[in-house]
Design a protein around this ligand. Sequence first.
Ligand code: SF4
Length: 401
Amino acid sequence: MHASPKPDLQPAEPIRHLYVHVPFCSHKCEYCAFYSAPAKGDQIQRYVEALVREIGLVAPRCRPETVFFGGGTPSLLGIQHWETILATLRQHALLGAAEFTVECNPATVSSDKARLLRSAGVNRVSMGVQSLDEGLLERLGRVHSRSQVFKSIDILRDAGFDNLSIDLMFAIPGQTMALWEATLDEALALGTEHLSCYEVIYEEDTPLYEQLKAGRFDVDEELACAQYDRLVERADAAGLHQYEVANFGRAARAGLTPPASPPDVPAFACRHNVAYWRGHDFFGLGPSASEYVDGVRSRNRASTVLYVESALRGHRAKEFAEALPPLARAGELAAFGLRMNAGWPFDAFARRTGYDLREEWADDIAFLVGRGWGECLPDRFRLTPRGLRFADTAAERMLRT
Ligand code: SF4
């Protein structure tokens, strides 16, 4: 006689956050170390077929409150590809997330695509602008022009998008303070609901890194600091409030009901990223995508060819998976959370990790407070505005092995 299987007394919690990596770009930017490349032959079609399979594999456990299509350049996918992907999400009841973001490049936004995405429930677009100076756009190897940025914003607004974000970069080689201010002012005048601003980083194996190594330009740390300070000042004056080192969101917008946001962040904060920083589980689909589910961090292979082969055979294309010891995971979350202006409320940290931030990290907190980089409030620990400028260094102290 066969024993009947034991009923699963504790059904697995649904995963509320879904990331999809689209690994194609029409041209590789000079600074980019993300996994992306120009598509060859029928690669996009094969990728979409594979993604449809992979969506089916995670769908039973996925009830997304946030969906984020990043890359790469998701807006490079054609209308038919998007129709297939959206139909698959609909078939698995994965549409209707409170926040559904698609990253777009200004060179690949069309009215038809924008309307299709909006009508299917995509309600947020994040656009990689980087600069509004033609010379710097060329320096970075971007494929779009400044006029395409303005045109794309109009197209997206006309299609009904009322939650737009743009990405900018500062400390670009050759970017004087005057050039940065000009881009910043013009970008803020676009009136988007969200802004992300990153300092150029020099990743190995990128042309920009090679140029730096070859001495073709110098890094001016002082200028980078001054540009960051100007950013925080001007964004705030324009109603975009900093809630993370590189991210700014509007609290409200006239005539618009703001989306329900998590505590401690402006209404138009990116909920998907806040979920990462607060340590929520998420699925990651597509080549090179990472995910964190049930205490296990894993990553798909950074190869579109291997990803497609695997997914079409009905398997996820995992390259590695590791279960982090609880203290290591707590250290990672302590570090992520410090990047947010709100820092870590002690009770929220204890609920998420099981550790008391004030005990395990007492020495680190004392060190950061002593340097003027951190402040301990009755309910939380957070970085000061000066500390946020050095958030990476501060965050490193919080890591545990
Ligand atoms: S568009 Fe984005 S993902 Fe593509 S190469 Fe440029 S920086 Fe990298």
